[in-house]
Design a protein around this ligand. Sequence first.
Ligand SMILES: Nc1nc2c(ncn2[C@@H]2O[C@H](COP(=O)(O)OP(=O)(O)O)[C@@H](O)[C@H]2O)c(=O)[nH]1
Ligand SMILES: [Mg+2]
Length: 353
Amino acid sequence: MGNNNQKKLKRKEMLKNKRIEEQLKDENTIEQINKILLCGTGDSGKSTMIKQMRILYCDGFPSEQVQLYKNAIQKSLRVNMKMLIQNGKSLGIHINDKVNKQLSEEYLTNFPTYKRNGVYCNKEVYTLKQLWHDQSIQTVWKNRSEIQVPENLDYYFNNLEKYCSPNFKPTNEDIVLFRIPTTGIVKINFHSQDTKWEIIDVGGQRSERRKWIHHFQDVNLVFFIIAINEFNKKLYEDQTINRMNESITLCKNILNNKYFKKTDCSLVFTKTDLLKRSLQKTEFKRYYSKYDGENNYEQVSEYIQKLFIKTIKKKNKRQVSSHLICATENNEVEKIINITIRKYLERKPISII
Ligand SMILES: Nc1nc2c(ncn2[C@@H]2O[C@H](COP(=O)(O)OP(=O)(O)O)[C@@H](O)[C@H]2O)c(=O)[nH]1
Ligand SMILES: [Mg+2]
């Protein structure tokens, strides 16, 4: 009998231990999701980073997104040709070629009809192609820092027939290179180095920035995104303000915010490809008179990085890193995400899933 009681007690003890073990296991597996917040002015490349993450970690874009981009890309060719013709006039660049001048006038007259019809007819495609290759329109395009047209417009105009076709289906590259301004919040979840992460994209234009504060709590890493080629551009929202100066001011305000005093941050300078292209025809010193280096990519990019880094206070309390990337290149985005997370985990080992 005594033996039986002992057996029962032992069994009860074993069951209790098992339950405790299972409970502990459950507690350890409660998901710890680490947060990366993307900040920066409009057009700096935040959503491009998110799109690359979607390609890397989430099997690309759902069909409704692909359809959205198809419509937006097609619409933009028509709208931006109108912009190039009209802005050319205000910049004093008039179409010299008689035939093309006539075509451009007809285009502006027919524009409302084309817009209403939506689909491209052969005549419109022919006109757009002629006008895009016109020397004066190309001069307007070369002076695009003076006007508000999308950065990668040439990519689409150089392959016009494809994009005007009703059968066109955007590739990942077509989507990455095209901008639809972000309103609201976009989040992507992913695993990296045995930890769970959430990356958050917010709209960057002035009207959108009020919403950022709601996402400042519990952020593990802040990525401040800067388009490094913006030194000669004006702000979309206010044509009197230089885009890079706006970005410097925002960087100072965001990264010295009380929520981020001890938060690791990465300055991510995008559009390195466009900076290289732009320095071939533009003097950096014309916009930053204190600069006394050479007008080459290495020295200019070094100088710009320093302008931003020096605005960040309390560098001893957190890790601050700086990266130069072409954000439209998938592997460059992947590389900096991996490096930054690795450095973060080395410093602050967190529970592994
Ligand atoms: N050529 C080039 N284009 C870029 C780069 N990064 C972003 N873009 C383009 O810049 C535009 C604005 O990017 P987006 O991510 O929407 O900016 P956001 O307003 O900060 O979200 C898009 O057309 C992108 O394709 C880059 O490194 N190189
Ligand atoms: Mg965006």
